[in-house]
Design a protein around this ligand. Sequence first.
Ligand code: PBG
Length: 333
Amino acid sequence: MDLTYRPRRLRRTPALRAMVREFSLSAADFIYPLFVHEGAEVEPIGAMPGANRWSLDHLIGEVQRAWGLGIRCIVLFPKVSEGLKTEDGAECFNQHGLIPRAIARLKQELPEMTVMTDVALDPYSCDGHDGIVSSQGIVLNDETIDQLCRQAVVQARAGADLIGPSDMMDGRVGAIREALDDEGFEHVGIISYAAKYSSAYYGPFREALDSAPRAAGDKPIPTDKSTYQMDPANAREAITEAQLDEQEGADILMVKPGLAYLDIIHRLREESTMPIAAYNVSGEYSMVKAAAERGWIDERAVVLETLLSFKRAGADLILTYHACDAAEWLKQG
Ligand code: PBG
């Protein structure tokens, strides 16, 4: 064949391929999500093989392991005892609660690790929603903000570095920014769940925290979160959401879930100059784990390819339950 262009010339050897490689992964890109509970044991999560609910003592060891692998940020989620869950989720701002204690312990043992938190009511609500649910079954926007601001301030006071408002309701970033500043936490950042979709991919996470929406008594409880999380059919709306969060003072924008929303990551990358994070959520993790357990896919290759796809789409940071495995594989080269 008489060809002028032969793209294969640059794919011929590993050295040539490395020279023209456009994107790369590093452990410093990862944010490692960890579940904590009151128990003294490490409790495996059925729907998320390889993920656990950690006791505070064991949590320290796991975070030290992550640090050793080059991971520089973790995010904490609490499995709250049923007895502490209420309609208003007031446990979320208990300064002696599970999350503030976990943050304080971590900051004492490993002060350099960046600690991110989640701000929403769902782990603390007996209704399983991110906000207070009215007697008519409406998930309330404005009435919930006071709880969230108090939750953010308690987390900042315990030592959190990055606050992650995840309820996907209106006016969160601005109100939390103001509350943090009023209390002298102007140095604490906000990583906003700017485009969070109403997704079936959160199933295993809700099992991990036992936090799925559920009926309690006579109150009509919405069975999903579609009145506050975004419609998977919408793309332009994600840009509006991101612009609002940027105007309200977000420091990092997040897209969630990640894999089915790579186009959204890409669009935000074109629209914004802010750092962008992708959340490789529980359902995405569990699907890979399930297929790997059956020997249907090569877990290492699939995970690294998937994580790289977030970088290629335009993400700077990736929240992933694969963080430690991936960091270890990257180390092995
Ligand atoms: C809740 C929250 C959810 C996740 C992170 N924060 C679940 C939800 O919105 O119902 C899901 C994360 C995952 O699936 O890995 N505020």
